[in-house]
Design a protein around this ligand. Structure first.
Ligand code: GLU
Length: 293
């Protein structure tokens, strides 16, 4: 069965959504609805630093500003069997290897001659069985699983950034604690739900070549990407809770919507008004500097 095309918003419930996250959610909704797509909501709660009550509040806030989505909200922690099946399949195809490196080990390791800065240096890629046993005994912790890729870089096409080339290294698909890694979970869930349009903050642009690589490897279509500018505070730093007056509880629905509308160059419009005017070509390409009012 092929699913009707869809866009989505996929927050991590580590903290309440701030006005920048709400703006990204509105943009994801506008991109999806203006192109006749379904719109899905997925809470990315795999990480230990995420909280169910925060996730529930994120869903409430998105609903409070008037966003509508199709079907139930998906929670990634309910998808573990799905991720494990894909990880098992990759392992059976010989595409995974165990990695015992800590962040510190990775930073200290010499880089292969062609490997770009920031790429996994390949330390555990060719360990013999004996070396692997030794590393396991030394570190005393269970290994992560990395994907054995056959390239260093990949290119994606982004509606706002054009052609973007970034690192495709041997990235982690299952963390040492046994939990599916972000890059794997996103790719598997997007494909499973028929999501063919990924709109999110441009801090994730650099992850998209890895995700597109994995999608291709698993035989999934690569979605259309639109990485939208982040929101900064008056000092030019990423907006954070401590900036004050950034959450919906602090700002209120009407003011939040008006600020989002103004940030997109419009008068105070409601969501339907924004939808009537939305054209990705007119989107501001620079970060939005948020001034609490
Ligand atoms: N959960 C991620 C975040 O909140 C976004 C994932 C995605 O959109 O691919 O940063």
């Amino acid at each position: 069965m092929s699913l009707a095309p869809a866009g989505r918003f996929a927050p991590s419930p580590s903290a309440d959504l701030h006005i920048g996250n709400l703006r990204t959610a509105v943009l994801a909704w506008l991109f999806a609805r203006s192109t006749g797509r379904r719109f899905l909501l997925r809470v990315e709660d795999l990480d230990d630093r995420t909280f169910a009550d925060v996730g529930a509040r994120q869903v409430e806030d998105l609903s409070a500003i008037g966003l509508t989505w199709d079907g139930q909200v998906e929670w990634q922690t309910t998808h573990r069997v799905r991720y494990d099946a894909i990880i098992d399949q990759l392992a059976a195809d010989g595409r995974l290897y165990e990695c015992y490196c800590s962040r510190k080990d990775i930073a200290a390791a010499p880089r292969a001659p062609h490997a770009p800065q920031g790429a996994y240096p390949g330390t555990c890629r060719e360990l013999t069985d004996a070396e692997r046993d030794e590393r396991r005994a030394e570190t005393g912790r269970p290994p992560a699983l990395r994907l054995r890729t056959d390239t260093f870089v990949g290119t994606v096409t982004d509606l706002l950034h054009g052609s973007y080339t970034g690192i495709v290294d041997d990235f982690v698909v299952r963390r040492g604690d046994g939990v599916a890694a972000y890059n794997l979970a996103v790719v598997v869930d997007d494909a499973d739900a028929g999501i063919d349009q990924v709109v999110r903050g441009d801090d994730l642009l650099s992850s998209s070549p890895r995700q597109a690589y994995l999608a291709r490897l698993l035989g999934y279509p690569v979605p259309t990407y639109a990485h939208v500018p982040l929101v900064l505070n008056a000092d030019g730093a990423r907006l954070a809770k401590r900036d004050g007056a950034v959450t919906l509880a602090e700002i209120g629905v009407d003011r939040a919507l008006h600020q989002i509308s103004a940030s997109l160059g419009w008068p105070a419009l409601d969501l339907d008004g924004m939808l009537r005017r939305f054209d990705p070509v007119d989107l501001p390409r620079n970060p939005w500097i948020y001034q609490p009012v």
